[in-house]
Structures are given as C-alpha cells and as structure tokens.
Design a protein around this ligand. Structure first.
Ligand SMILES: [Fe+2]
Length: 180
C-alpha cells in the first residue's frame, strides 16, 4: 500500500474506494451515540436536547413529513454534540450528503428562523428570517421553526424513544449522495 497519495496505483485507489463505501454503514452507528449524548445538554431548558430533538422529529412526523425530513428534524441540533455556537452549520454538514438540498438549507438557517420566538429578548431582529423570504425553502423553514422546533420543550409531550426513528435513520444515512 502506498505511503503517499501521489504514488497510489489505480488498483490501490479502487480498493480504498470499495472499503470506504463498505464502512458507510458505520455512519449511523456514530450518529446514534451523538444523538444520545444530547441528553447531557440541558442549559436551563425544561427538557434536554435529546428529548427536544425527539419531540421535533415526532411533530414533523405527525404533520406528515417524509422520512428524510423526519430524520433531518431528529438531527437538526446534532452539532450541539460539539458546540452550540456553530451547531446549525455543523448539523447541516452532518446531514448534507444524505438529504435533499432544501433540507440542508433548512438546517443551515434554522437558528435565524427560530429567532422569531426569542430574538426580541436579546435586542436582536425578530424578523431576521425575512432576508430569506424569496428562498424556495422559506415556507418549510417557517413551519419547521414555528410548529416543530420552538414548540418542542415540553416535558409533558409524549416523546417517542430514539428507537422509534432508528430504522429510518439507518436508511437515510446508508448512502451518501456524493461519493467522490
Ligand atoms: Fe432545536
């Protein structure tokens, strides 16, 4: 096997590609513990971030969202595994190869849309989302923020367990759209 990339043979590179694709199934095995870790993130909210994520996904499901959107909702705050400050971008990038482009945009910008619920408390613009009014995913982002995300801090909501979503999560993360 080569020790520097520019000396690799086609045969070696094809083998690496095959092994890389074979290990793809492990992505979901890593996503699940990241989501489970979110139970340790509370920061003063009425529910932990895993519960919040499960409720967000459950509300999407209840409103008839397709599997890709339900799993996007489940993973929309997964970046908080590392840091809340840039979690929207990290969550979007985790999802990027596995969901349609509008769902990537939805998560990339979800904090701006969610801000309509609380920005005024901090002296920030509650209408900041209006900058995206002409985007094709604007209405979905409003639904996501207003009806699913910001609603999902309720200790009394019948929160499904992570196992409820596991089969769909594994299906969504089974195959990246970009394999280059
Ligand atoms: Fe959220």
């Amino acid at each position: 096997m080569f020790t520097r990339m520019d000396e690799g043979s086609t045969e070696e590179w094809l083998e690496i590609r095959e092994l890389t694709l074979a290990s793809q199934r492990q992505v979901a095995d890593r996503i699940i513990p990241m989501l489970e870790w979110l139970r340790h993130s509370v920061d003063g909210y009425a529910v932990d971030q895993l519960t919040h994520s499960l409720q967000t996904a459950a509300r999407a499901e209840a409103d008839g969202a397709d599997d890709e959107l339900v799993i996007t909702a489940l993973c929309h705050d997964i970046g908080k595994f590392v840091s809340t400050a840039n979690h929207a971008s990290m969550s979007a990038e985790v999802l990027a190869p596995y969901v349609r482009p509008e769902l990537y945009q939805l998560i990339q910008h979800h904090q701006v849309f969610q801000g309509a619920a609380y920005n005024h408390h901090f002296g920030w613009d509650p209408d900041a989302r209006e900058a995206y009014r002409d985007e094709p995913w604007f209405d979905l982002a409003v639904t996501f923020a207003d009806d699913w995300d910001q609603m999902s801090f309720d200790p009394d909501y019948p929160t499904p367990p992570l196992a409820h979503f596991e089969e769909r999560l594994r299906a969504v993360f089974a195959e990246p759209r970009i394999t280059k």
